[in-house]
Design a protein around this ligand. Structure first.
Ligand SMILES: NC(=O)c1ccc[n+]([C@@H]2O[C@H](COP(=O)([O-])OP(=O)(O)OC[C@H]3O[C@@H](n4cnc5c(N)ncnc54)[C@H](O)[C@@H]3O)[C@@H](O)[C@H]2O)c1
Ligand SMILES: O=C(O)[C@H](O)COP(=O)(O)O
Length: 603
């Protein structure tokens, strides 16, 4: 049995102090020094959190409710520590009735752990364990508000999902499901079910994370030319597997087969729409074992009907189960399975064991590496830092959207400017929130103070922190936070510092987060809603032209700020808009002669 997580290992990482020299492009600090986590604060936190750690009510044996089938080894492990109640296919009402009698709940994807469930638990439920990766069936906000830790099992089903993708790929290419149904219906249709070979064909993997890279290894073994699109994946990891990372357009336009392995995020939702299908090779074949929402299912149907897509193999659907009369499911060129990616005996054993370990650890008061929410943040740190926590996450979210590709996001530097003694400023939660902002929009990971370092390490992200000690009053915890991404290309070159890093800086003003620096351009905009950044030659009239384009589209501009290097030279305009502009509006902004580049960012 693997060892259970060391208490607070991930909350209190050793050696929080990085050792980097100052960025020459940064404003000159009055003094610069690095900090380490104060040992006394670490001890205080440890004892406070372990004081709350015990087992069931009044320190007795805890009770765990398991609502979906789990592998026996995981159940045995749970039984060694707790009373286990296995109750499957509960109605929502039955679940609400039971949940107030248990300390932990273990589910897969069919149990909906809604706000009602947390309310019905009346404070007793301390842990929800999701035996799998996706936790869209658990209301995380409600869990956090209820002080309930949510843990998942993010790695044990990776191979199963990859094998299922390969199984679908081969089955689709050789019409296995269709031919099986035909023969069972008494037919012998050899010429109807002539397939296509895999060897020498190009497979494009979209999303080169845990599952995507395992699919790549297997596809190479089948003799397929394998390419991948993932703007955030490290090039060296792809190279080690013999996979070329290419642009999205190159991936989809050159592939004979396309396999989806990215998470469902705002930027991947319906990524496969009419426009995307139109760029594909005629006769392409698609496999989706990721999430149904990444594909516009109506557009896929059109592409199947007009022959752009020869075949599709789908394990996941926008709505699960899909409607019985779904045209997509019934389509003769579509092979379907009912979300079976993780369903192997071995994966379910692994997932059950992984989740049992995490749930037991959490009931004991350990903060597991796979925790997906963090209710246990010290209140005093939270109240003082709360506006900076928001700022840190927004800066992370913003900076990652400026990445164009290159070597993948690896080096992140967070620079805190403050007049406060480093020992009196605990930046772990800020660093965690920068990580959260960077990682969450591009992955299926959920990041918080508990798992931020773990997630960063898993993704090969090296987060370093620097302190710039300012003169002034230590009353205010921070003057500004800068986030730098090194060795990446930017889709907005105006965001590059003189040192070539993507650099953004923010401050808290009146309790709200503001963007104050982009590359070398000073700006002053509230970090709310959506942002358009334009770089242009500084000359009169541009603000009016952009404003009138947005006005014509009926888009409400919430703020505008211009930063320039010198009059008549380069300038950056930051425009806040409440809603996402149509592509046409963005195109018209790009068409203004003196606008050299622009980017739309969701905050
Ligand atoms: N069908 C199943 O039963 C099953 C089983 C396991 C996982 N999954 C799903 O598969 C997906 C991938 O899982 P994973 O464990 O490999 O996650 P992961 O986080 O390890 O990998 C996801 C990868 O997608 C990349 N990515 C993010 N945004 C992207 C974008 N816009 N374009 C291209 N790439 C992008 C990320 O950089 C990351 O490398 C998840 O959605 C997960 O829920 C499904
Ligand atoms: O997110 C996951 O882990 C997979 O989609 C599998 O989900 P399942 O536990 O419902 O099989």
């Amino acid at each position: 049995m693997a060892a259970l997580a060391t208490p607070l290992r991930h909350l209190l990482p050793a050696g929080a102090a990085p050792s980097r020299s100052p960025d020459p492009a940064m404003p000159p600090p009055t003094m610069h020094r690095h900090c380490a986590l104060s040992p006394s604060r670490g001890r205080r936190l440890r004892s406070r959190l372990s004081a709350s750690a015990s087992a069931g009510p009044a320190g007795g044996r805890p009770t765990v409710l398991v609502t979906e089938k789990l592998g026996p080894a995981g159940l045995d492990l749970l039984r060694a520590f707790a009373n286990v109640d296995c109750a499957y296919e509960l109605t929502a009402e039955e679940l609400r009735a039971k949940v107030s009698l248990v300390d932990a709940l273990v589910v897969r994807s069919s149990t909906r752990v809604t706000r009602d469930v947390f309310e019905a638990a009346r404070g007793r439920l301390r842990v929800v364990g999701r035996a799998g990766v996706g936790i869209d069936n658990v209301d995380l906000q409600a869990a956090t508000e209820a002080g309930c830790l949510v843990v998942n099992a993010p790695t044990a089903n990776t191979v199963a999902a990859a094998e299922h993708a390969v199984a679908l790929l081969a089955a689709m290419a050789r019409n296995v499901a269709q031919a099986d149904a035909s023969l069972k219906a008494g037919k012998w249709q050899r010429s109807k079910y002539v397939g296509v070979t895999l060897v020498g064909k190009t497979l494009a993997i979209i999303g080169f994370g845990k599952v995507g890279s395992e699919v790549a290894r297997r596809a190479k073994g089948l003799g397929m030319d394998t390419i991948a699109y993932d703007p955030y994946a490290p090039v060296d990891r792809a190279r080690a597997i013999g996979v070329d990372l290419v642009s999205f357009d190159e991936a989809i336009s050159t592939a004979d087969f396309i396999s989806l392995h990215m998470p469902l995020t705002p930027s991947t939702a319906k990524l496969f729409d009419d426009e995307t299908f139109a760029k594909m090779k005629k006769g392409v074949r698609i496999i989706n074992v990721a999430r149904g929402g990444a594909v516009d299912e109506e557009a896929l149907l059109r592409a199947l009907d007009n022959g752009t897509v020869a075949q599709a193999a789908l394990d996941v659907f926008t709505e699960e189960p899909p409607p019985k009369d779904s045209r997509l499911v019934q389509h003769e060129n579509v092979t379907v399975t009912p979300h079976l990616g993780a369903s192997t005996t071995e994966a379910q054993e692994g997932v059950a064991f992984e989740i049992a370990e995490a749930v037991i650890g959490a009931l004991r008061g350990d903060l597991a590496a796979t925790a997906v929410n963090a209710p246990m943040v010290p209140t005093e740190a939270l109240s003082e830092l709360s506006p900076y926590i928001v700022l840190a996450e927004k800066l992370g979210r913003l900076v990652v959207q400026l990445v164009a590709g290159g070597n993948g996001v690896k080096g992140v530097k967070v620079v805190y400017s403050s007049a406060r003694d480093p020992d009196d400023l605990d930046t772990r939660i800020l660093r965690a929130m920068v990580t959260k902002g960077i990682v969450e929009p591009i992955s299926s990971s959920f990041v918080n103070i508990v798992n931020a370092d773990y997630v960063a390490k898993q993704r090969g992200l090296r987060i370093t922190e620097e302190r710039v000690l300012l003169d002034g009053s230590p009353e205010i915890p921070l003057d500004s936070i800068q986030v730098h991404l090194a060795n990446v290309e930017s889709k907005f070159t105006g965001a590059l510092s003189d040192a070539g890093d993507i650099r953004v800086e923010g401050k808290v003003k009146g309790g709200a987060p503001y963007l104050t620096l982009v590359g070398s351009f000073g700006v002053d905009v509230s970090l709310e809603g959506n942002l358009i950044l334009c770089r242009q030659v500084d000359q009169p009239g541009i603000i009016g032209r952009v404003g009138s384009i947005l006005g014509k589209m009926n888009l409400n501009v919430s703020f505008m700020s211009v930063g320039r290097t010198a009059p008549g030279k380069q300038a950056i305009m930051a425009i806040g808009v409440d809603e996402e502009p149509e592509k046409e509006a963005l195109r018209s902004i790009g068409d203004i002669a003196s606008v050299e580049e622009f980017v739309f960012l969701k905050l």
